[in-house]
Ligand binder design. Structure first.
Ligand code: DAH
Length: 372
């Protein structure tokens, strides 16, 4: 007879350690096989046990038998469901894993601000227009009451373009604000021959958005309200000047538009676009295309204030449109009057966000750009 205590423990250990379903089935067969299973034989051999011991022996065997049944069932289940280890190698895609968020870009500070400008002035009833960055001397200076020998030209150190007559029609730079086709008065086509009536008229990169006043007034009848945002160019470069920067021009012409209206519009725009508590001041300034002319300075805010000259930064030029300019556009200055203004976009943003150096806008440093 098989010793009932012989190797039950080792069966127990082997079942727990079985690595595969096949291995487990083999152990089960060894234990419960109909002919030669160890447990089958042990149970059969109970007949030979003396009466006095049989009961106890049967009880022990039955306990083992139940234990093995349960253990085998349990182990079978475990082997059927894959372990973490198997999962890690067999199924590498864990759909429940939290992934880091995809990085999303955003508009650069400047176009973002210009959109706000369009919205704020849109609410005040202003249209939006875009025009060419390559301009004629006529639009950029002459028609704005700045003739060739006028000292005001010195204030705007100009990039002149070397051109021949045939270049004229080919001058078509892509324009900002093309989506605003309704107000486009230089148009997608850029400059045209008809823009240069005078063969002496030279080409330049516009030094200001003010030529848009002329373009708009020549193609629209008053009363009118318009803003024209865009790039302008001057030979300048330091912490508050860049050879390319952004302005937006504004123009409001009607029968009774006054300086008081202008101040109201300026104040509303500055408070909405920069901050309701922005500090600013109006003072007289000279621009040949307005009379009287004013400048708006804004108080520099932030740590660097001490290093900023006088703590005021000139941000806006404005005034009542000069009668000569109205005449140049075929508008009767006895019947119509109004104001014009030109805002420096970068400078407004510098004050809004306390950015000490304007050149940061154009260096493409992500550490700077991501802050906004
Ligand atoms: N165009 C001037 C400049 O860039 C700014 C300016 C001044 C615009 C007065 C205006 C104005 O419309 O009325 O310096």
């Amino acid at each position: 007879m098989t010793d009932p205590h012989s190797n039950w423990e080792s069966f127990d250990a082997r079942i727990r350690a079985a690595k595969t379903a096949d291995e487990l089935a083999a152990i089960e067969q060894e234990l419960f096989g109909r002919k030669a299973g160890a447990m089958t034989l042990a149970l059969k051999s109970l007949h030979d046990v003396p009466d006095a011991e049989r009961k106890a022996a049967a009880a022990t065997l039955n306990t083992w038998k139940r234990t093995f049944d349960e253990l085998i069932q349990l182990r079978r289940k475990e082997l059927a469901s894959p372990s973490d280890e198997t999962l890690k190698s067999a199924d590498r895609v864990d759909v429940t894993l939290e992934l880091p968020q995809r990085e999303r870009g955003h508009l650069h500070l400047i176009p973002e601000f210009i959109r706000e400008v369009e919205e704020v002035f849109g609410r005040l009833g202003f249209d939006v227009a875009a025009g060419p960055e390559v301009e004629t001397e006529e639009f950029n200076f002459n028609l704005l009451n700045i003739p060739r020998d006028h000292p005001a030209r010195d204030a705007q150190d100009t990039f002149w373009l070397k051109t021949s007559k045939k270049d004229m029609t080919a001058t078509s730079l892509p324009l900002q604000g093309e989506r605003l086709s309704e107000g486009n008065v230089g148009g997608r086509k850029g400059l045209h021959d008809r823009d240069r009536k005078n063969p002496e008229d030279r080409l330049l990169l516009r030094t200001q958005t003010s030529p848009m006043q002329i373009r708009y007034m020549q193609s629209h009848k008053p009363p009118l309200r318009v803003i024209a945002p865009g790039k302008v160019y001057r030979k300048d470069s330091d912490a508050t000047h860049s050879p390319m920067f952004h302005q937006f021009e504004g123009l409001m012409i009607g029968e009774d538009v006054t300086l008081a209206n202008m101040k109201a519009v300026m104040i509303e725009a500055i408070r909405t676009l920069v901050s309701p508590t922005a500090e600013f001041r109006f003072r007289t300034g000279f621009f040949p295309f307005v009379e009287p002319g004013l400048e708006v300075d804004m108080r520099w805010q932030g740590d660097d204030a001490a290093s900023r000259e006088g703590k005021w930064l000139e941000v806006v030029g404005c005034g009542m449109v000069h009668p000569n300019v109205l005449k140049n556009c075929g508008i009767d200055p006895k019947k119509f009057q109004g104001f014009a203004f030109g805002f420096g976009v970068e400078r407004m943003i510098m004050i809004k966000h306390q950015i000490p150096d304007l050149r940061a806008f154009f260096q493409g440093d992500l550490r700077f750009l991501r802050q906004f």
